[in-house]
Design a protein around this ligand. Sequence first.
Ligand SMILES: O=C(COP(=O)(O)O)[C@H](O)[C@H](O)COP(=O)(O)O
Length: 320
Amino acid sequence: MLLNETADQIRSMKIRGAGRIARTAAAALRDYAETFEGSDLGSFRHGMDEAACTLLATRPTAVSLPNAVRFVMKAMDGTGTVPEAQSAITKAADSFLLSSKHAVEWIGEIGARHISDGDVVLTHCNSEAALACILTAHRQGKNLEVFATEVRPRNQGLLTIRTLNDAGVKTNYIVDSAVRSFINDVDLVITGADAVTVNGAVVNKIGTSQIALAAHEARTTMLVAAETYKFAPRSILGERIEIEERQTDEVLDPAVAATLPHVRVRNPAFDVTPARYVDEIVTEMGAIPPTMAYIIIRDHLGWGIEEFHKDFEFNERMQE
Ligand SMILES: O=C(COP(=O)(O)O)[C@H](O)[C@H](O)COP(=O)(O)O
């Protein structure tokens, strides 16, 4: 697929979910690099910067996207020829794809240990990482029941219930506003994440923070399943995660909206759950308290403060 087509598919949400978006972007950069013909390293780098920019502009919230793009682009550092740079990019992209796949598998294993036989689990949206925990526990023979929300307005819950149904997991499908009515029947909430900030706040599908509040009030455990490449390095510098606000026609038919001149339709796609409402974040490095986010960013992702200078140079180059 051409890079612009890939970008369109991410923008229109044909490809969605933070992990998939990141893997798709890494593969798109690799494929784009391989199509370059010529020997001028400057032109190659310029083309790669443009491709990175195109991908980064698709959706603003999932931090897995800039983290994946940076990981792949950084591989060009120190290369002296186009073939060298191409091969470094291919290697980095392939290594990201493999480690991302393994991360989800590990999260499944670790998350499944938090699920006991007979548990009722509630999940929101359609998260590979959250589903990995549920499906691993199911494969281990634990008897589970799941509540899955509808996820207005894009109904990602449909994807979730199909997957759960295909695996033979007993599932209840509920509208988003029914969460509080059922929360006392639930032992554990597991969601995914689009971003985790340095203070342990979790950015995920709109409605997650309401579910976390309901879980907190009911003393129901709230787990977040997230690969470490969803942790947001730039939040160390106080940079906020942009919450994507999508087109209003996803919420209300434009013909109806046209009859309501005093009504403004709002459609934020994500919200922020403060760390105090999250019991643990299940990463491929283990389950951690959300307050350990800084350690993940600094020690595991390797983002010391000096890295921001390099990152700044990269951003400057991309804006040229
Ligand atoms: O909020 C969403 C998807 O939102 P959208 O449908 O708007 O992309 C998912 O919970 C996270 O991205 C985690 O998913 P995963 O665990 O698969 O990375």
